[in-house]
Design a protein around this ligand. Sequence first.
Ligand code: NAG
Ligand code: NAG
Ligand code: NAG
Ligand code: ZN
Length: 478
Amino acid sequence: MFRTAILCTLWAAAVLGPPLNKDRQKVLLISFDGFRWDYDLDVDTPNLDQMAKDGVKALYVTPPYLTITSPTHFTLLTGRYIENHGVIHNMWFNTTTQEKKQYYQTQFVNAWWDNGSLPIWITAQRQGLKAGSLHFPGTASSYQGETALVQEVEPRFHDYKNETTWQENTDKVMGWFRDQDLDFVSMYFGEPDGTGHKYGPDSPERREMVKQVDRAVGYIRASAQRHGLVDRLNIIITADHGMSTVKRGPGVDEIILSKIPGFSFQDIAFHLVDYGPSGMLLPKPGRLETVYNALKGAHPHLHVYKKEEMPAHLKFGNNDRILPIVLWADLGYVINGYFPVQFNKGEHGFDNKELDMKPFFRAVGPAFRQNLVVAPFETVNIYPLMCHLLGIEPEVNDGHLSVTKHMLVTSGSSPEEREGDSWGYQKRLFIGFSAMGGFLVIAFVATVSSKLLKKPKNKRSKSLESLPEKVDIKQTTL
Ligand SMILES: *[C@@H]1O[C@H](CO)[C@@H](O)[C@H](O)[C@H]1NC(C)=O
Ligand SMILES: *[C@@H]1O[C@H](CO)[C@@H](O)[C@H](O)[C@H]1NC(C)=O
Ligand SMILES: *[C@@H]1O[C@H](CO)[C@@H](O)[C@H](O)[C@H]1NC(C)=O
Ligand SMILES: [Zn+2]
């Protein structure tokens, strides 16, 4: 009797295998702040190239608008557009008291982050998984009273560039996976954003920083190997937005709101300007039309919209936190309030249609196909992909697994699904790859000609001027 019980137990163990969570795949989501999609084109990046060979690379990804750090990172964690998750700015603000908190202080304002959308850490933990986060925007806050099981927030005056610290943090996160058996970790690096702002995206300093990022990618993969994680760990590397050069000099007609005829800060109850190319205004009672009429059309590179009339593609209007008038500038321009106070050589925060605002995307691991280049897609789709890899039920979100499924070794679609959608999928795939093929040919020609001409700076601008329609086709079809 006793022996039978033991045998039964042994048999069951042999048939059923180890507990499910030992088989479960793990996910590491990494963001390198401000890594524009083409930053690897004018720098030697052996580790990023190897990662593309071993996994999946997207030509680029499209972030949500507003293309600034906290809002776009929270989209990665929730799969929601910014107007839907509510973290509409890097800065918390109160229009009554005029109080504003900068990026870092805002990390600690729970009410700002916890506005109805749950980041993936919480959802994973509610479904029995373990999650962690290191320096990722949103880590310091709690959500419906919960936080990531393991969380590390950077100190107030953190050196975001220190490569030794990057390596220490990498080993720490790999230790979390191995020793604490975490299933999901999000990890954040503050570069190359800082360098892109300070020196501009076309500077030698930015190219040096991309080399540092590349070394970090090599270190991350080597560390995963050393920690015995490669069979179970999927690594997704992306960013929150890109970077664009700010136009300066005598020929540039700067945007300075106070100089616009008919506009007066006397009519404004609260404003968020002097923050790159985007701004928001709350006019005093009864002054909305005056302010709007003064600004609309006042500068050839300034866009002025009432929040109800925002262009649909920006998906940045339908939220109570967005102020009644939304402003943004064309590439190269920033919005100044009283007088110019912005001196960065690089900026982001522009329309997310702009190629300069697009981040890179790489993924490698047991779930991903190898040596596959895919067409661009929106970053809202990364959330359902991660939920799928973790085997958890996603919250309501704005992404679709169908957009990224073709990156996976096993697509996981049911037979009925495949049959029903087969033609549509093949057609989309065909159109997508045709468009992508065109893109690659242009990019290749441009790369070769610029190499011959020894003018790396012109490489991309040439290849992309002729592209916008194709880019749109790709985005809507894949
Ligand atoms: C802003 O401040 C006012 C006055 O102190 C307060 O009543 C209101 O709740 C605050 N709003 C937010 C969003 O904190
Ligand atoms: C989101 O924040 C706004 C204030 O900014 C508040 O009125 C609203 O109730 C919040 N919603 C949720 C679901 O937390
Ligand atoms: C980088 O960080 C390490 C420890 O994490 C420290 O020893 C080193 O001095 C730092 N380097 C610089 C340049 O600040
Ligand atoms: Zn950023």
